[in-house]
Design a binder for this molecule. Structure first.
Ligand code: GDP
Ligand code: GDP
Length: 439
């Protein structure tokens, strides 16, 4: 399911970020560094038995007077109730139920979404006895665990992922197979302006796909004889007390939009360049196998555009985007209507590239020649031989190379094969997976 999201809420020091890190393991978190009075909030992608889901650690360390503190925590709970599919309400067995726990519990009782009371720091069996106190909060689901040792997390996750299929994707049959393009980027880069400029002409709009529960708006369009769905994350302003918390929402929405999309149009502000957060979203999209087009917007504001400025800008950008650099970069200006339709055309092309299946005979013709002209190395006196390659029947491009010593083929040669694939078959904007198998 697209965008299944688990939020961890709780007072400071109960162990939220410890659990978060455990769930993510080696994966990289996206840290929201805008959050002001609260500690950095973290976002990431976790995996449990092959089911991947988004995790939000809503933070918790709050500086300020007691009332600011309370207000911030309440805000975090509201955000979690709005944005997540499942809420983990974390408490600490060593302190027992505090006043703040009790008031958060009151707040959480108002949601229909599954709320798990997660009693943390249950490191041993004595503490397990103390932990039973938390049943008195009256939630249907109460779990005990130790985030430090990891005990109890498996049971919790087994239960959490049972909600995975609760929410069915709201794709109607006639929208099936139509490319979905998400417009993402930080606040103020020009997402809404782009959308309005692209589709200002009402006649292009085929239908609005109503989505009252969504964080994203899906609208179906037709341009250049092609149907597509734009996923817009910009236009939504929630009628809640937390609407000022723009950056927080914008990151969660971006993550969700990436999940729902086939291709992401990542907008940057030409004057600001690519930020650490843009890069996190970019690599997230790549990891999830999504197509990407980068738009350097507000190009009109860049002064003294010399002959080489586009090339230099692009080079600089690709240095930061490495290793995934076979990505279209388009320099746009919304008020001057520069290249904005080209951007859409490019996104549609990337959607095509992502679905591409190269016939096996052609693939072998080309790739075996490439392998012949630059052979894999010899290991322990035995030459590595790649005999056959096939594209896997996966949703996004993946290739299996059959070899005598598949485990001995290292990253540099893998990069070579990827570059060869990219130079012979157009996979621009699309992440490619390469596997080696025993022949
Ligand atoms: P957060 O403020 O809720 O994110 O809490 P942290 O994850 O920063 O944890 C607060 C403190 O509790 C840290 O010193 C952790 O090492 C400790 N802690 C977290 N989980 C456990 C646990 O399962 N057992 C014990 N004994 N300590 C823990
Ligand atoms: P969003 O938050 O990403 O949806 O950004 P908006 O579409 O609201 O744009 C933020 C501001 O940037 C507005 O004042 C726009 O008029 C302006 N803007 C958007 N695109 C461009 C552009 O290409 N060039 C210039 N100069 N301004 C732009």
């Amino acid at each position: 399911m697209a965008g299944f999201t688990v939020a961890i809420v709780g007072r400071p020091n109960v162990g939220k970020s410890t659990l978060f890190n455990r769930l993510l393991e080696q994966r990289k978190a996206i840290v929201d560094d805008f959050s002001g009075v609260t500690r950095d909030r973290q976002y990431g992608v976790a995996d449990w038995n092959g089911k991947t889901f988004n995790v939000i650690d809503t933070g918790g360390f709050v500086v300020g007077s007691d009332d600011i503190f309370e207000r911030e925590i309440r805000k975090q709970v509201i955000v979690a109730m709005n944005e997540a599919n499942v809420i983990l309400f974390m408490c600490d067995v060593t302190t027992g139920i505090t006043d703040l726990d009790a008031s958060m519990a009151d707040q959480l009782r108002r949601t229909d979404k599954p709320v798990y009371v997660v009693v943390n720091k249950v490191d041993n069996s004595e503490r397990l006895l103390d932990a039973t106190e938390f049943y008195s909060l009256g939630f249907e689901r109460t779990f005990f665990l130790s985030s430090i040792t990891g005990s109890g997390t498996g049971e919790l996750l087994d239960d959490v992922v049972t909600h995975y299929n609760d929410e069915v994707d709201e794709v109607s049959p006639e929208d099936e197979g139509i490319p979905k393009i998400a417009i993402i980027g930080q606040p103020n880069v020009g997402k809404s302006s782009l959308l309005n400029a692209l589709v200002g002409e009402e006649r292009n709009i085929v239908s609005d796909i109503a989505g009252t529960t969504r964080d994203t708006i899906h609208t179906r369009y037709k341009l250049f004889q092609k149907d597509f769905i734009l996923i817009d994350t910009a236009g939504i302003r929630r009628k809640s007390k937390v609407h000022e918390d723009l950056e927080f929402y914008s990151v969660i929405r971006a993550i969700r939009a990436v999940d729902e999309a086939d291709v992401c149009m990542l907008l940057l502000d030409a004057e600001k360049g690519i930020t650490a957060q843009d890069l996190s979203i970019f690599s997230l999209a790549a990891r999830k196998g999504k197509g990407v087009v980068v738009l350097v917007n507000k190009w009109d504001l860049v002064e003294d555009k010399e002959t080489n400025s586009v090339r230099d800008y692009e080079k600089e950008l690709k240095n930061r985007m490495a290793p995934f650099v076979d990505v279209p970069i388009i320099f746009t200006s919304v008020p001057e209507k520069q290249r904005i339709f080209k951007a859409i055309e490019m996104a549609l092309q990337v959607a095509e590239n992502r679905k591409k299946k190269v016939p096996t005979s052609k693939l072998n013709d080309v790739m075996l020649k490439a392998i012949e002209s630059f052979k894999p190395p010899v290991v322990r006196g035995t030459p590595i031989k790649i005999k056959y390659v096939t594209q896997l029947p996966t949703y996004t491009p993946a290739f299996a190379f059959f070899a005598n010593l598949p485990d001995d083929i290292k990253q540099p040669y893998k990069n070579y094969l990827e570059n060869q694939l990219r130079s012979h078959f157009d996979f621009q904007g699309v992440p490619i997976k390469i596997f080696f198998r025993k022949k």
